[in-house]
Write a protein of this length. Structure first.
Length: 393
């Protein structure tokens, strides 16, 4: 089980000293040489055709599917856009709260309430604050088709920090209807990921009204923040819940190496920065440990880094052999990866490049089974991937 905050802090001091001492286009055959990973990687021709569904989006970050077939798309600078019939509606959604847009900060995820068809409630995560004091915020609001109203803050990560990076900001709904939110370590505050007295480097679990579930793992620990579900994370860029396996998958950036996918269990410590497969950007050693008692090992690890960004569970009719597998977008590789899962374990990986050759921010599975990929650029696109047509058809 996870250590409590009081016992973790003395260890961090010793660890820190040790670390410093170590100072429509067809994607038929576009494949990228794969980096080593926990699961064997295979090279295959990309089995999909690619078309541009929408374009002209400024660093699109996340997408949600509305019941009428249109899309809600977040843009990092702070706009929430509607895409309808393949066109971006010219006017952004009104009433979006002001975001702190600097560095990696901005508007992150948009998530529909499970009862959206009846209550029209959505959730937004974003960076909030000033250069001197900022962190991750989550609000809930009512969406009437053109504007937000009844905007209410339901979570503010603490403490405030003075870095414009490592926010996390991804959200997912657990099977019980509670909300999971990732909070990054703030970059300059990595030791705080081992302290339960703050939200940095954690995944939090809250009710959809912002209250704390009674069965959270640290709810009765006076030295811990009750929202914390797991800790010891760096910069979590994806999280999802798989109802079939009752698993939570979380994905995070390492530094130079040590990118991870983890299977989360309540109260567990996922090790950062005490254990890591990566090194500092300067080349210095972060930690001498790759294992440590009471800390979890990654389910998948990538060294060198691929900079994983989005992640989706494939459930759909178009790519039937991929059912239950994970799809991962990469910023560095500019690739889409598929993690083939068999018996609950990662068996193999396939790595595909789309012809656009650009950073890929997010991936989502549409209701019809098509795969949507968001490109990370000023003139960003939503790409739609469908099974490749037979040659000559």
């Amino acid at each position: 089980m996870a250590k409590d905050a009081a016992r973790t802090i003395p260890f961090i001091a010793a660890f820190r000293g040790a670390a410093l001492a170590g100072a429509v286009l067809t994607a038929s055959a576009f494949m990228l040489p794969a980096a080593p990973a926990a699961a064997q990687e295979a090279v295959h021709a990309a089995p999909f055709d690619v078309e541009t569904l929408a374009e002209g989006l400024d660093h699109p970050w996340n997408v949600a599917f509305l019941p009428d077939g249109s899309l809600l798309v977040t843009e990092l600078p702070g706009r929430l856009r509607i895409v309808r019939g393949g066109e971006v509606v010219p006017e952004p959604v009104a009433g979006v709260p002001e975001v702190y847009h600097a560095g990696q900060g901005g508007l992150f995820d948009v998530l529909l309430d499970p009862d959206f068809a009846q209550n029209r409630v959505i959730y937004l995560s974003f960076a909030h604050g000033t250069p001197e004091a900022n962190n991750t915020r989550v609000v809930r609001a009512t969406f009437d088709g053109t504007a937000l109203s009844n905007v209410e803050t339901i979570f503010d990560a603490s403490p405030q920090k003075d870095t414009p990076v490592h926010y996390g900001g991804r959200m997912a709904l657990k099977g019980d209807g509670t909300l999971l939110v990732t909070v990054g370590d703030g970059f300059d505050y990595r030791e705080d990921a081992q302290r339960l007295s703050n939200h940095l480097g954690t995944v939090v679990r809250i009710n959809r009204d912002g209250t704390v579930p009674e069965d959270n793992p640290f709810v009765n620990d006076n030295d811990a923040l009750p929202e914390i579900y797991t800790y010891g994370h760096r910069n979590q860029q994806a999280i999802l819940y798989d109802a079939a396996s009752d698993r939570i998958y979380e994905q995070e950036h390492g530094p130079r190496g040590g990118d991870e996918v983890n299977v989360l269990e309540p109260g567990k410590n996922y090790g950062w920065p005490v254990i890591t497969g990566g090194t500092d950007y300067s080349g210095a050693q972060i930690s001498p440990y790759k294992e440590y008692p009471g800390m979890e090992q990654p389910w998948v690890e990538w060294t060198p880094s691929i900079a994983p960004a989005g992640m989706a569970l494939y459930e759909g009719a178009m790519f039937k052999d991929w059912e239950g597998d994970l799809l991962v977008t990469s910023l560095v590789e500019m690739s889409l990866r598929r993690i083939d899962i068999e018996g609950g374990a990662p068996k193999a990986q396939e790595v595909y490049l789309v012809p656009q050759q650009t950073r890929l921010r997010d991936v989502a599975v549409a209701p019809d089974g098509a795969i949507l990929v968001l490109t990370d650029e000023e003139e960003g696109k939503i790409l739609r991937l469908t099974p490749a047509k037979a040659s000559g058809s």
